[in-house]
Design a protein. Structure first.
Lengths: 574, 269
């Protein structure tokens, strides 16, 4: 079997098996429900966008020109970055599997290059498809023509990036003269572009009365038609001429130039091919290492000391909390509270030096910002910080082997992150109250302090509740979570994610309502007696209610964790 | 002298088993991975678990470690039923998987600290230093797992497993990733634990290793036990003129290829 036929077989078999597997998965209700929800979402968000004709008719005059310029500008930026950014080595990325399977096979370097170029063209078509859906609707009344044109344009840019990397590799071999030559040409082109803009503005200056309707648009349109700027912008315009064609006639007219550019770039790449194997292997290892970190659900690790020293005796689940707090500290950058605190102090101090009269308003503003941040940590903290069971998902079997009950494991995993968020939120609230203490404004110090004390126990309790809900998904529906650190693919996976998010919100709201009702009753009953100072008692009641619900949840989840079969339900399960 | 050459009389005197497995079954949906396994391992005994790929070795080990719930049957570790008293049973054992599972953000020393708290190991620091020395990890205390080689990670995983001096050690391909010197040291280390009274269940495809270290061998295929006993006992149970001098490798091939036709007598406990 020839290499092209082998590649065709590989791609066809991969696609067929993937579709087959996805269809088989639909026998399970969770995937079927996910498909229905994901399909409905796709229809609502994406497919309804395909009403091109109506959208373009509503396009204001001049917007098309701006769109054309923007698209062309983006493509030109890609071309420039290929020459100015990155490293002087071949810009070809193969996976480790491709390196192992193809590089050891009897395939020439040119064959490997063609394989990669074909994949690049396929990638360009996929990118063109999404561009057509999200941008094409606005800028072109012909989706098919836009898609075909965008495929050719993006394919050409892909070839240019590859060719540029080959040229840079060759120049780098020359040493500093090569680098100097590249930067000399680049700077010369930048200067020429700047000169073209300058000359064009001189020849076509901005009108004095720009307030007139359409005056600015007319001036800009005229500027773009200046000879110097036409030359300078030619590459971008040539690339977008095909997708932006106004009809079949325009498309056919622009086609020879676009295809000519595409073919010329291919010839350029094929002629300048350089040995790329070593760079590819290094790149494949880098990608694999990043993937490994993703699998382990860790990002960049910064060595910081543990929050406290862990003795060997005492409750064993504290070890898990200790571990998770270390993870949050080394992966999450919990020093943000310190930075915020310093900012909070620095702003009023700065104001006191330079504008003493503005100190009260600055203190109130900073207090408001800290309050908003505390609320943001409460809502988004449990979702975005993941040093709990979500992080330990690939190691569920390891957790199961530990001499801990399910309740101990779940409690430690939830409370570590909950404790951290609670401390952050309490710190922000204390900062806010401290800042307004001397400048309470029209709300008065009593409302600030009573309200602050009322919220102080509620926010941490809400955070713990939020973390519990996120962890419940891991314990109750582990197979719904992406396996092996990968983003699960397919419409059904997207539907599952939407359902998980909606479910988490519903459960959290459901837990909040009873606590809020009881707290409201307590606050109302005490208001006549204590006035504003009923707020802390109402807050305490709400927090106690939430804590009770969390405790019940921990017991239930602990039991579920004990019963959980990590082989059939966990990530990676077939 | 290799333990396989010892006669049953030379083995440790009968004492309450460190591990007792009765009619263990594990099914994944309709697929039965383990069926009717029954065996015991005495303190100080090393049991080799061998079988072809997909025979159910790892499933068996994960059931013994309490990671997977058994479908039916009973697993008792140090007198504690894993299903009834999982925490007490797990305190008595260590499970060392073939792929070391470490926390990427904890240093070598912090891993040992973490395990010490989990198992309540008094005076853990001295024991940890001794283990690091034994595993040739001295000087790597502050290293993160990402800075360690595959073999070093394996050694750290083993050190964590040994720290609480378990009565039962379950090993799944323990020598994967170790260099020849590391393999020699690890074999000595495993022998030392057995001599100190720990029971070992060692799953490996390295048959010479199993032959060298194990007192008894359990051969499983298709999730069922097809042979259990010392090498001499398995040889004796097998029919055929060549069985008398056959190596474990030859016996393994004959047992697993025969598809049950040329099996020894039903395995004894």
């Amino acid at each position: 079997m020839s290499f092209p036929r082998a590649v065709a077989f590989l791609w066809w078999a991969s696609l067929r098996n993937r579709v087959r597997r996805q269809l088989q998965r639909l026998r399970q209700p969770k995937y079927l429900v996910g498909l229905v929800v994901g399909g409905a979402y796709l229809y609502a968000i994406v497919l309804r966008r395909l009403s091109f004709q109506r959208a373009t008719e509503e396009l204001p005059p001049g917007a098309r020109m701006v769109a054309e310029l923007s698209l062309g500008g983006m493509l030109m930026l890609s071309l420039v970055s290929a020459w100015a950014l990155g490293q002087d080595r071949p810009a070809l990325t193969f996976s480790e599997t491709e390196v192992q399977q193809l590089f050891a096979a009897p395939i020439s370097r040119r064959g490997l290059l063609h394989y990669k170029l074909a994949r690049g063209l396929f990638g360009a078509a996929v990118a063109a498809f999404f561009t057509t859906i999200f941008i094409g609707r606005v800028v072109s009344p012909h989706p098919v023509l836009f898609f075909l044109g965008a495929t050719v344009a993006l394919g050409t840019v892909n070839l240019h990036v590859t060719a540029a990397s080959f040229v840079r590799t060759r120049l780098a071999r020359l040493g500093w003269p090569g680098v100097a030559l590249r930067w000399g040409v680049l700077l010369g082109l930048f200067a020429a572009f700047g000169l073209a803009v300058y000359v064009s503005i001189l020849a076509h200056p901005l009108p004095e009365d720009t307030g007139q309707r359409g005056a600015l648009e007319a001036w800009f349109s005229g500027l773009l038609e200046q000879p110097a700027l036409r030359v300078a912008l030619w590459p971008g315009r040539a690339l977008v001429a095909l997708p932006m064609a106004g009809g079949a006639g325009d498309f056919l007219q622009a086609l020879p130039l676009a295809l000519g550019l595409f073919v010329a770039h291919y010839v350029w790449v094929a002629a300048l091919i350089v040995p790329f194997e070593e760079a590819v292997v290094v790149r494949a290892e880098q990608v694999a290492r990043k993937r490994g970190q993703r699998v382990a659900r860790v990002g960049h690790i910064v060595m910081r000391k543990p929050f406290f020293r862990l003795g060997s005796l005492g409750r064993p689940e504290v070890a898990l909390m200790w571990k998770n707090l270390i993870a949050a500290r080394r992966l999450g950058g919990t020093e943000i509270i310190l930075i915020l605190g310093l900012l909070g102090l620095a702003a009023p101090v700065g104001a006191a030096f330079f504008a003493p009269e503005a100190v009260p308003i600055v203190r109130q503003t900073m207090a408001g910002i800290f309050l908003a941040l505390a609320a943001m940590f409460t809502v988004f903290g449990p979702v975005s910080l993941r040093s709990d069971l979500r992080m330990d998902l690939p190691k569920l079997d390891m957790l199961r082997a530990m001499p801990l009950t399910g309740r101990q494991v779940v409690a430690a995993e939830v409370l570590a992150l909950g404790l951290l968020l609670g401390i952050l939120e309490a710190g922000l609230l204390v900062l806010a109250i401290g800042l307004v203490a001397g400048a309470p404004g029209r709300w008065g110090i009593e409302l600030w302090v009573a309200g602050g004390l009322g919220v102080l126990p509620v926010l941490p309790a809400l955070s713990v509740g939020g973390v519990l809900v996120q962890n419940a998904a891991v314990v109750l529906f582990p197979a719904w979570l992406p396996a092996n650190g990968e983003r699960a693919r397919g419409i059904e996976a997207m539907g599952q994610r939407l359902l998980t998010l909606a479910g988490a919100l519903v459960v959290l709201m459901g837990g909040l309502i009873p606590a809020a009702i009881v707290a409201g009753l307590v606050g109302f009953a005490l208001y006549g007696l204590l006035g504003l100072w009923a707020l802390p008692f109402a807050g305490l009641t709400a927090a106690a209610g939430l804590a009770f619900e969390v405790a019940l949840g921990l017991v239930a989840l602990g039991r579920a964790f004990d019963r959980m079969d990590v082989s059939s339900e966990g990530p990676g399960a077939a | 002298m290799p333990p396989t050459d010892t006669s049953p009389d030379d083995r440790p005197a009968p004492v309450p088993p460190a591990l007792e497995v009765v009619s263990l079954e594990k099914a994944y949906g309709a697929v039965k991975a383990v069926q009717g396994l029954t065996f015991q391992v005495a303190p100080g005994e090393v049991l080799g678990l061998v079988g072809p790929n997909g025979a159910g070795k790892t499933s068996t080990l994960r059931c013994l470690a309490g990671i997977l719930p058994v479908s039916s049957g009973r697993v008792v570790v140090g007198g504690h039923d894993v299903a009834v008293e999982p925490v007490k049973a797990k305190r008595a054992l260590a499970f060392l998987p073939d792929e070391p599972r470490l926390f990427e953000y904890l240093t070598v020393w912090e891993h040992l600290n973490f395990v010490a708290r989990l198992y309540g190991v008094e005076g853990w620091e001295d024991k940890a230093r001794a283990l690091l020395s034994e595993m040739e990890l001295v000087g790597k205390e502050k290293a993160l797992p990402g800075e360690l080689s595959r073999g070093m990670k394996q050694k750290l995983s083993i050190a964590c497993g040994f720290l609480h001096e378990p009565r039962l050690i379950l090993l799944d391909e323990p020598l994967t990733g170790l260099d020849p010197l590391g393999i020699r040291r690890m074999k000595a280390s495993l022998r030392k634990r057995a001599e100190q009274g720990a029971a070992l269940v060692l799953s490996s495809h390295l048959l010479p290793l199993v032959e060298e270290l194990c007192h008894r061998i359990l051969v499983i295929t298709g999730g069922r036990a097809v042979a259990l006993g010392s090498l001499a006992e398995i040889r004796a149970q097998l029919s055929g003129a060549e069985a008398g001098s056959a190596s474990l490798e030859e016996l393994f091939i004959r047992i697993t290829r025969s598809g049950g036709e040329e099996r020894p007598e039903p395995p004894a406990v």
